[in-house]
Write a protein that binds this ligand. Sequence first.
Ligand code: NAG
Ligand code: NAG
Ligand code: NAG
Ligand code: NAG
Ligand code: NAG
Ligand code: NAG
Ligand code: NAG
Ligand code: NAG
Length: 503
Amino acid sequence: MPYFMSLCVYFLMTLSPVRTDTITEDIKVLVFLPQNNSYLFSHARVAPAILYAQQRLKANGGQFSGFHFNIQFENSDCVSVNDALFVLVDRSCEQKPDLILGPVCEYEAAVVVRLASHWNIPVISAGALATGFSNKDTEYSHLTRIAPSYEKMAEIFTAMFEHFSWKSALLLYEDDKEARDCYFTLEGVYHLMTNFNIKIYAVNQEDHFDTDDILQNIYDTEVVIMCMGADKIREIMLAAHRRRFTNGSYVFFNVELFNVSSYGNGSWKRGDKYDSDAKQAYASLNTVTLLRTVKPEFENFSMEMRKSTEKAGLHDCKDCGSVNMFVEGFHDAMLLYAMALHEAMKNGYSKKNGTAITSNMWNRTFEGIAGQVSMDGNGDRHGDFSLMAMTNVEAGTYEVVANYFGVNGTFQLLPGFNADHFTLRGRHKVHSEMPDKSCGLGVSALTGVIVGAVLGTIMLIAFYFFRKNYRITIERRTHSEEDDTGKHRQLREDSIRSNFSAA
Ligand SMILES: *[C@@H]1O[C@H](CO)[C@@H](O)[C@H](O)[C@H]1NC(C)=O
Ligand SMILES: *[C@@H]1O[C@H](CO)[C@@H](O)[C@H](O)[C@H]1NC(C)=O
Ligand SMILES: *[C@@H]1O[C@H](CO)[C@@H](O)[C@H](O)[C@H]1NC(C)=O
Ligand SMILES: *[C@@H]1O[C@H](CO)[C@@H](O)[C@H](O)[C@H]1NC(C)=O
Ligand SMILES: *[C@@H]1O[C@H](CO)[C@@H](O)[C@H](O)[C@H]1NC(C)=O
Ligand SMILES: *[C@@H]1O[C@H](CO)[C@@H](O)[C@H](O)[C@H]1NC(C)=O
Ligand SMILES: *[C@@H]1O[C@H](CO)[C@@H](O)[C@H](O)[C@H]1NC(C)=O
Ligand SMILES: *[C@@H]1O[C@H](CO)[C@@H](O)[C@H](O)[C@H]1NC(C)=O
């Protein structure tokens, strides 16, 4: 018997050095995705990517093959705010999850991340893009954002404003008072552009769409940044064209991160009598969208995604097989977690030390499924964006004219780029070219560390200069508070500490 024992010890000792790099661990993962296929991040689209990543981690035979992921999917749409929270609590009665992926929608994510941070569980989401989440000091301490937030998107604007010496902008957005994507998108711009004169104009869906009032607000600004449905954008552009605002004295942008096919070539075309006017008007309209990259490995991934949606027989789901930012993001989330957990365990921490794992995920660069993924020191991904502009006014066709790389704050100019197009006529001196080198993103240093006090000051200044606008917003809020749903929304608004519309 003693001989047997020592043999065992001997074997363990000889075996263990071989195994040091492959750490074995069971990991319980809870994933929140909507079942409703109208979302770009629905379960049908994203789940295959998570499973693909799981298989790759296991199959590699490499250092992560000892991780056994037990993945549970739960429904979380963007309508019933607390459902995801309740699921998390219910699923944690026996054993808490070790990792949470999602939710994507801001309000759902806010409650889940708060509880997860309190429970020391890492959360990775390809959503939760609102500015409020960049405050990681307290309630969102365990959140890692694997897709570029709206504030990261805003950097492309600050860089352009500084280069072209633009001073003022009108942020024009449509507020659906539900998921509020456009509201959060331009909130990111608002927060980052503290050095410029910014006016806000919200269009409520149920309200009358008053283009005259909008043009009135455009009049004394230089740049118009819009986030709205394609039809409303066309209406505004047509009205602006009628009033000769498209003569080069103003620059128009719209932000369409995910569905750029709805802009680009022929997006002005509706088959009505305004088509030719619209085409001319759209010559002044530029689109900011996500930069799409492809690399060889991506082809296989892309094909596998298409195959799995075909296998599932999803006919109700139009282009469910196509890969978008959310699909990529949740795939890369699995890789990032595996790397961080491995590092933490090598340092002697357990999978239950969410703080250690989370900090290992931040401030690191790795190879994701579509290209390099670079996380900043605040656990938010740097973003790459493309700028599209009309390059052939005759044909009315659009092209990507410049790419912006968030990791080093630089632009890459493409052949279609024309500096004149972005130079305000009769207002400022002409700059010949955008620099290829760093654009000195002084303002973006603020990213992620915008403190309440600073915000308060901005609000006061904004109030002073734009009292008219302030009154509009307040009136609308007071009005909506009259009914219960208004109150409910107000609570939801406060729940992610977002001060944008309160200004
Ligand atoms: C899915 O979401 C869309 C838009 O939010 C909604 O109109 C539709 O009713 C939802 N479908 C189901 C089955 O809940
Ligand atoms: C363009 O039109 C605007 C508004 O009508 C006008 O104020 C401006 O002077 C015009 N600019 C040029 C260069 O014609
Ligand atoms: C993308 O835009 C097109 C055209 O506006 C629209 O028909 C389609 O529903 C949009 N897709 C998504 C996922 O929003
Ligand atoms: C628009 O058409 C041009 C020329 O046909 C093409 O080069 C460009 O890629 C198209 N742009 C988009 C956004 O589809
Ligand atoms: C993707 O790669 C895997 C492993 O290399 C392979 O088994 C699979 O057939 C490939 N898929 C496609 C669609 O080529
Ligand atoms: C968790 O990890 C941190 C380092 O990130 C360490 O300071 C802390 O002591 C660890 N907690 C436990 C309970 O091991
Ligand atoms: C990120 O890592 C670099 C070195 O890799 C270090 O110099 C820097 O201080 C880190 N930043 C944060 C915020 O931790
Ligand atoms: C900035 O980063 C991009 C993407 O990583 C790279 O292609 C480009 O060369 C970099 N530019 C500079 C000036 O470092």
